[in-house]
Design a protein around this ligand. Structure first.
Ligand code: MN
Length: 234
C-alpha cells in the first residue's frame, strides 16, 4: 500500500562487471574543465583555484549500447568522453589521503551536451542546465570495481565518431585527481553510495548528427558506445 498520488519512474541503475546486482544511481556530479587542452578549446583559462561542477538528474542515465534520439532544442549536439567515478561509501569532509575509501569503482561515460544552449547560458551568465541536464544526456558503461581497475595512472582515454578518433588523452592529464575531487565534493555535499562523478573531458569535443555512432574507451574498462537516432516526432 502506498500513500503516493502516483508512482515515479524507476531508479536508474548501472551494470557492474562480474555481478548480478546493479548499481543504483543517486546524483550525477560533473566536473567542468578538468583537462587543460579542453579548457583551451572552450576559450577559457584553467585555474587551480577550485574545481567547479554541474549536476545531472539520475533519470538522465542511459546505458552503453543505446540509441538515443537527437535531442530537442539544439543544433549543436556534442559528445564528451569522461572517466566516471562511482561512490560506494559515505564521505563527509574526507581528507585527500583517505578519499579513495569512498570509491566503489569506475566506468566509461559520455557527458552529452547541447553545446549551443550551454554556450548561450555561459555568455549570459545563466545556469548550464538546459545545455547539460536533459533527458538521456548521461551515458555510462558497466562499472568495474576499484581494486580490479588498479591505480589511476597513465591509462588512455579515447573517443571515436564513426571509427575516427576525436579525443585521445591520458588520465594523468586530469587537472583535479579523483581523490582531490572526492575530497572537495565531500566538503560541500554528504557523498553517499550511488553518487557518480563525471570527471571532465579531454580536448577534441565536437558535434554528432543522426546516424552517427560514438565509441569510447578508457584502458582497463569496458568500452562505451552510443548511436544517435533521428529526433523524436513532435
Ligand atoms: Mn563534461
Amino acid at each position: 500500500m502506498s500513500d503516493l498520488l502516483f508512482s515515479l519512474p524507476p531508479v536508474s541503475t548501472v551494470a557492474v562487471v562480474g555481478s548480478e546486482a546493479r548499481y543504483p544511481v543517486n546524483r550525477i556530479f560533473c566536473v567542468g574543465r578538468n583537462y587543460a587542452d579542453h579548457a583551451k578549446e572552450m576559450g577559457v583559462e584553467v585555474d587551480r583555484e577550485a574545481p567547479f561542477y554541474f549536476l545531472k538528474h539520475a533519470g538522465a542515465i542511459v546505458p552503453s549500447g543505446a540509441t538515443i534520439p537527437y535531442p530537442p532544442g539544439t543544433s549543436n549536439f556534442h559528445y564528451e568522453m569522461e572517466f566516471v567515478v562511482a561512490i560506494g561509501a559515505p564521505a563527509w569532509h574526507a581528507p585527500v589521503e583517505t578519499a579513495m575509501d569512498a570509491v566503489f569503482g569506475y566506468a566509461c561515460g559520455l557527458d552529452m551536451t547541447r553545446r549551443d544552449l550551454q554556450l548561450e547560458a555561459r555568455a549570459k551568465q545563466r545556469p548550464w542546465d538546459f545545455g547539460k541536464n536533459f533527458e538521456k544526456s548521461a551515458v555510462i558503461g558497466p562499472i568495474l570495481a576499484k581494486a580490479a581497475f588498479g591505480a589511476i595512472g597513465p591509462q588512455r582515454i579515447t573517443l571515436a565518431v564513426n571509427g575516427t578518433t576525436r579525443q585521445d588523452a591520458h588520465l594523468t592529464d586530469l587537472i583535479w585527481s579523483v581523490e582531490e575531487l572526492v575530497s572537495h565534493l565531500s566538503r560541500h555535499y554528504h557523498l553517499v553510495p550511488g553518487d557518480l562523478i563525471y570527471t571532465g573531458t579531454p580536448a577534441g569535443v565536437g558535434p554528432v548528427v543522426a546516424g552517427d555512432t560514438i565509441t569510447g574507451a578508457v584502458e582497463g574498462l569496458a568500452e562505451i558506445s552510443l548511436a544517435i537516432g533521428e529526433p523524436e516526432p513532435t
